[in-house]
Design a protein around this ligand. Structure first.
Ligand SMILES: NC(=O)c1ccc[n+]([C@@H]2O[C@H](COP(=O)([O-])OP(=O)(O)OC[C@H]3O[C@@H](n4cnc5c(N)ncnc54)[C@H](O)[C@@H]3O)[C@@H](O)[C@H]2O)c1
Length: 427
């Protein structure tokens, strides 16, 4: 291995984890970067990484220690931006990869941010609310010198929500001596949150779906849609497709898979999920084997749950013409190639689910100016940004005859490396 590609000593070369997948994606795009390829190593090395010990007193009087991270992958285009994940399986490699994908996503929609991500190795379901608050506050204090409205702005991710953001904002504000609403996004509306943020990711998924349908001659009226995950992202996307005249024929979540060839009653299903916690047992549907979900007769498939759901084992069964990735990393690289060979168009996560960070950007702008926009203004601006970004990526895919995933990486990496080149190396 050449010195230029040497892996950092803190990673195990035999088990690179998600960071290894990201490195492969960068290698795939390097031939398209022209003279900017000179700078590509900058994308393969996170700028800064902080590993912190987070000790808290548990309700029973014992002291527990948790491992926390904040990674700033690239800050060439602006302050770091990316969520905080609370999960027992979080690793440094995962946070590194997620921070890098944030760099790509932010550059793809051209919002003025670099990429960052954070996490704590903890199963928050095992903590009381008071313990969760202490954990969040101590973690925020530990990364306090690293983050800030002009430095790095966290947001919710898996198992973190508006309440966690409120504690983070309060802790940072108490430590710095001034209320700093712009230090995190995804806050409750009363604390400087933005209208439209909750639905933003699903709305972005729908927006790129509409654009791709137009470009490929797929009519949304009557189109059959299957959705995996009916939470924030999948539920909103399903609702918007149904409102556009599509039929949501199958939905899968952690409680099971439901099917109705005439189309499920989506508003009633959302209410059922709100009341019961999942889609299982919904009246007006038949239950289906979880494994059969991937072979459902549909035009549009929206994975909006977890990573690595579309694999080499089920990609061959997929009948959809269009796959829109609401989740982060739902398709493995092998499955990606199978779908491409079958002629299935995949709208990749790095553009398809960028609606969330786009409205997070609006939230941050509104916090800085202390002037808040209407929901209609927010949705209109979101749709415009997503449409423009998608059109640019589509053109690059056509020009180079590459997948939309590679095209998104080309657009984003060029923006990041161009900024790097213009700024030059300090000192
Ligand atoms: N919320 C956002 O703004 C946002 C932004 C970008 C990307 N994402 C990504 O979208 C995905 C979903 O996020 P969300 O915010 O909608 O989460 P959520 O918690 O609101 O919903 C998750 C959904 O996944 C389902 N699910 C969980 N385990 C499952 C399983 N084993 N099989 C099938 N379904 C299962 C749950 O039942 C639920 O319906 C995640 O990958 C997340 O990283 C979310």
């Amino acid at each position: 291995m050449s010195q230029a590609h040497a892996l950092p000593s803190y990673l195990n070369p035999d088990h690179l984890g998600p960071w290894g997948n990201y490195l492969q994606q960068v290698d795939r795009v390097t031939p398209y970067l022209g003279s900017l390829a000179r700078w590509v190593e900058t994308l393969k090395r996170p700028k800064r990484m902080l590993i912190v010990d987070v000790p808290i007193e548990m309700d029973n009087g014992t002291i527990a220690h948790f491992e926390g991270y904040r990674v700033q992958h690239n800050l060439s285009r602006g302050p770091g931006k990316g969520g905080v994940r609370f999960h027992q399986d979080v690793t440094l490699s995962e946070v590194m990869a997620l921070s890098a994908w944030m760099s790509i996503k932010n550059a793809a929609v051209n919002v003025p941010y670099g990429g960052a991500k954070g996490g704590i190795r903890v199963d928050p379901k095992k903590l009381s609310t008071a313990e969760l608050e202490r954990l969040t506050r101590r973690y925020t204090s530990e990364i306090g010198l690293f983050i800030g409205p002009s430095k790095d702005i966290p947001a919710p991710d898996v198992n973190t929500n508006g309440q966690v953001m409120a504690w983070m904002m309060d802790t940072y504000s108490m430590n710095t001596g001034a209320t700093a609403t712009g230090v995190v996004t995804g806050k409750p509306i009363d604390l400087g949150g933005s209208l439209g943020r909750v639905e933003a990711t699903g709305r972005g998924v729908f927006t790129v779906g509409v654009e791709a349908a137009k470009l490929t001659g797929l009519s949304l009226q009557g189109a059959r849609v299957a959705v995996q995950g009916f939470g924030n992202v999948g539920g909103t996307a399903g609702k918007l497709f149904a409102e556009a005249g599509s039929k949501v024929v199958a939905v899968q979540d952690h409680t099971g898979t439901i099917f109705n060839s005439n189309g499920l009653d989506v508003p009633a299903l959302l209410e059922h999920v709100g009341n019961t916690g999942g889609v299982g047992g919904f009246a007006g549907s038949e239950a289906m084997d979880n494994a059969d979900f991937w072979a459902v007769d549909c035009d549009i498939l929206i994975p909006a749950a977890l990573e690595s759901q579309i694999t080499k084992d089920n990609a061959g069964q997929i009948k959809a013409k269009l796959v829109i990735e609401g989740a982060n990393g739902p398709t493995t690289p092998e499955a990606d190639d199978i779908l491409n060979d079958k002629g299935v168009l995949v709208l990749p996560d790095v553009i398809a689910n960028a609606g969330g960070v786009t409205v997070s950007y609006f939230e941050w702008v509104q916090d800085f100016s202390s002037f808040f926009w209407s929901e209609d203004e927010i949705n209109a601006r979101l749709v415009r940004i997503m449409q423009e970004a998608f059109a640019g990526i589509w053109a690059v895919a056509q020009e180079h005859k590459v997948t939309l995933r590679t095209a998104t990486f080309i657009v984003a990496c060029k923006r990041i490396l161009h900024a790097r080149e213009m700024r030059g190396l300090y000192p």
